[in-house]
Design a protein around this ligand. Structure first.
Ligand code: SF4
Length: 519
């Protein structure tokens, strides 16, 4: 048992639903108790799809458990086939149905439907959503791609590739795909199949015809791409093109596999990020302490962009995707830190507090944590809420994606001038602590209420840690420090005092600590 309030991923059958919903002509029959249809809302409400997912639930109830639930499942499969006439079907069980052991695969096979029916074994008590998506896509590709392919000789035709990975409910998958298709077109490369997004089971049967595969989201598509490599000898590009440098690498790798020249695509200034981050207004970004958490694909990419393209200091890095823990640990080591590999948001909260981040790049959960701690935050990864399926074009990948990253990550930080002014005019009614200046209004001001002070929650301390008394003048001096760094200054000063067994923090202690840590 694990006490869980927030979970980063859903059960694996949600991953299977993400594949089925992304595709066309595929139907999913899910043996599940009444109530599991809540999952429809993820797609119709959060992703705002205009059609229901192609999923039939058996929705058995408590009273059904005394009768034949296997019969209920068989009827659901037969009815779904009659009603939807899909090209192929996947069948499986949700967490509760797994316990009643009805064997969806065997039962569906007994019906001898005239289409491929692919059984899914998704262990709901050991695995999660991304694994479920990856396994489902792999099973589909294995069952439908066949073992031989009609490949036209390479001479005299344009290179041909598959794009693998975009799913339903994926963070910015819709817009990433647009950017990647644009890049491939500019390189003179044709796209054979995009899957699972928009692909039909028949399309999966054509996968083998491509020269190589582009894997956009390794969490979802690495397993399928490895199968295609084994079966058809198709090499794969796994560099995730998030950030300018990764996009350049991606273009070069793709061009090499396709035998085309990357130079025209890389010429000029394909992204505004490098200049924006070099321009003088970005100087204050240098060394900003950033904590990064999300799925492995996005967390790894964000760490690289933050450190090498924006000049941030990565002080925390982690993922809830345990399957990719090794890669995230290796990246963290490059930043001289230890990775946070967990699916418990309380561990993540403790890690954020422990590293005294000035910016958090994370998921919807980290948004809440950062809000509570008064730290600026931007979302870089699922799980996400409805606001991260925006109407506007908002990719993460490619050169345009890099522009989006710059705006999104820098926005929550106060602009350099405001930050400077906050320190200088901390007593000013407009620039007082914790409040962004308002340029609205003017004229006579209504009396200002006492400012709300947003103090970072102190770092969790062990019971034996002595509590510090701050001399009022030291407390006053501390308030001269802009609130962004005040938490860090307080923690450093107390650490300094603790090491010297001082019971009271004075102005002198504060400045001694400052020069000690400033050395
Ligand atoms: S079967 Fe699984 S997903 Fe469905 S309600 Fe039960 S625990 Fe949740």
């Amino acid at each position: 048992m694990q006490l869980t309030l927030w979970t980063y991923e859903g059960p694996p059958h949600i991953g299977a639903m993400r594949i089925a919903t992304a595709m066309r002509g595929l139907h999913y029959v899910l043996h599940a108790p009444q109530g599991d249809t809540y999952a429809d809302l993820l797609f119709t409400m959060i992703e705002r799809r205009d059609t229901r997912p192609p999923v039939t639930y058996t929705t058995f109830q408590a009273r059904d458990l005394g009768s034949d639930t296997a019969e209920i499942f068989k009827t659901a499969v037969a009815d779904a086939y009659e009603r939807f006439r899909p090209q192929a079907m996947i069948v499986g069980a949700s967490c509760t149905a797994e316990l009643i052991q009805d064997d969806p695969g065997g039962l569906a096979k007994a019906l001898a439907l005239p289409i491929p029916v692919i059984p899914l074994e998704l262990p709901a008590y050991q695995k999660k959503e991304n694994w479920g998506a990856s396994e489902t896509f792999y099973r589909l590709v294995r069952a439908l791609a066949g073992s031989t392919a009609e490949v036209t000789p390479r001479e005299g035709r344009r290179p041909l590739c598959n794009i693998l990975g975009p799913t339903a409910l994926g963070f910015r998958h819709r817009d990433d795909l647009v950017e990647i298709e644009k890049l491939l077109a500019a390189l003179g490369i044709d796209v054979n199949v995009i899957a699972p997004s928009g692909a039909s089971p028949a399309d999966l049967g054509r996968l083998g015809a491509a020269d190589f595969n582009v894997v956009l989201y390794p969490e979802v598509a690495r397993a399928a791409a490895q199968h295609l490599l084994k079966t058809f000898g198709q090499p794969m590009v796994e560099t995730v093109p998030i950030g300018v440098q990764a996009t350049i690498r991606f273009v070069e790798e793709v061009a090499k596999l396709a035998g085309v020249d990357p130079a025209p695509v890389l010429a000029g200034a394909p992204s505004r990020l490098p200049w924006y981050s070099r321009s003088v207004d970005s100087t204050y970004l240098t060394g900003k302490r950033v904590f990064i958490f999300g799925d492995a694909t996005h967390a790894l990419a964000a760490a690289r962009v933050a450190a090498t393209e924006l000049g941030f200091k990565v002080v925390g890095l982690g993922t809830y995707t345990r399957e990719f823990a090794r890669e995230v640990r290796a990246e963290a080591a490059l930043h001289g830190i230890e990775a946070t590999i967990t699916d418990d948001y309380l561990d993540v909260e403790a890690a954020i507090q422990g590293c005294q981040a000035e910016l958090v790049l994370g998921t919807q959960m980290e948004r809440h944590i950062a809000k509570r701690l008064g730290i600026p935050c931007a979302v870089i990864s699922s799980p996400i809420h409805v606001q991260d399926f925006p109407a506007r074009h908002s990719p993460q990948m490619g050169f345009e994606g890099a522009n989006v990253l710059f705006d999104t990550w820098v926005h929550p930080l106060m602009m350099g001038l405001e930050e400077h002014l906050l320190g200088m005019f901390r007593e000013d009614v407009e620039f007082h602590d914790g409040v962004a200046p308002s340029h609205l209004g003017g004229g006579e001001r209504a009396p200002q209420p006492e400012p709300i002070r947003i103090e970072p929650t102190p770092v969790a301390e062990t019971p034996s840690t002595p509590a510090f008394v701050w001399d009022p003048s030291a407390e006053k001096e501390l308030k001269k420090i802009p609130f962004f760094v005040r938490g860090k200054a307080r923690a450093n000063t107390e650490r300094f005092a603790r090491e010297r067994n001082l019971a009271v923090v004075t102005v002198e202690t504060l400045y001694d600590a400052k020069s000690h840590f400033g050395r």
